[in-house]
Design a protein around this ligand. Sequence first.
Ligand code: COA
Length: 339
Amino acid sequence: MKPLKTHGTHILSTGSAVPSLCINNDMLSNIIDTSDQWISTRTGIKERRILANHQSIIDLATEASFEALNKGFLDAQELDLILFATSTPNDLFGSASQVQTIIGAYKAAAFDITAACSGFVIALAIAHQFIQTGVYANVLVIGADTLSQWVDWSDRTTCILFGDGAGAAILQKSQDNDILTFELNTNGQESHQLSIAYKSNQKLDTSKQVNVAPKNKSQYQYLTMNGKEVYKFAVSSVPASIVKCLQKTELEVEAITWLLLHQANQRILETVAHKLKISNNRILSNIQFYGNTSAASIPIALNEAFNTGHICNGDIIAISGFGAGLTWGTILVKWNIIQ
Ligand code: COA
């Protein structure tokens, strides 16, 4: 039997895309009973990008993917796998295959991963496994969501938080390993705290073994959230997850150069940093411009921080996702992009 050989995972490049339509807090206060002051002090959000009618999540995902491919000097035909982390696909059967066709990645297997705001971190961990085992050499990981299409725009407790966007990263088989460790968690008992529930109107008459045509089409409900519980969950579980990763790698918290958390709320980012005794100037945050873009928030922030020269080679980044499920997890990355 051949000895099992493991490979390193290198982050080759990143990309991101957001819609051009920008809705600021003052504009929102014209349609719901809220104010810029309330939203900014409670969340740090000043504006968010919203998909226009003629656009789809696929437009954003492909734009982010093309940026990552161009920056990595990689032809789409060299991709072996596309992982599309999204909870808002434009096809319930999955949207990854549409991205595969548009970018021309004809040799790549492609499928969706549904894990809301933890989706990108989970997809990175999956990509890393495929590369480590030598199954695939080039994996495109996309995180994209368009929750503006799923929130109730008359519910001021949720609609002010979310925006649309996409981000991407290409992971490549390498001798060096940029992914130091990861850990993932789920607590399904609390899934009701944040969900987009499905309501079935189908009625199956089992005596006749025929499907009685429903009067109303079955459909998903609006996004619902217990903000306070989700807040408490985030500020307790995320620091613990980062500490677990530090213990696994025998690193001290001082080794973390950047804290890159899912961009849900500036107060969550700062509370997590405070609990870990990490200063606020080591938090990567762009929440004021985009709000919570779910699976897209981490790759957008990562791409922007790299493009603006914040992240440098040798930096250690603690990347944590958290959200619906409830799911959460952390990946420790040592940045090593060759420009
Ligand atoms: N504008 C103005 N007032 C608002 C408002 C809005 N958009 N939304 C709620 N309020 C009001 C409430 O009605 C309440 O009024 P009351 O005191 O008269 O009853 C008051 O503001 C306080 O509401 P509360 O829900 O207690 O606020 P909060 O301090 O918990 O902040 C969140 C609300 C949503 C910002 C906060 O709970 C949060 O960020 N939670 C985490 C959410 C999250 O990140 N989810 C995604 C994770 S992936």
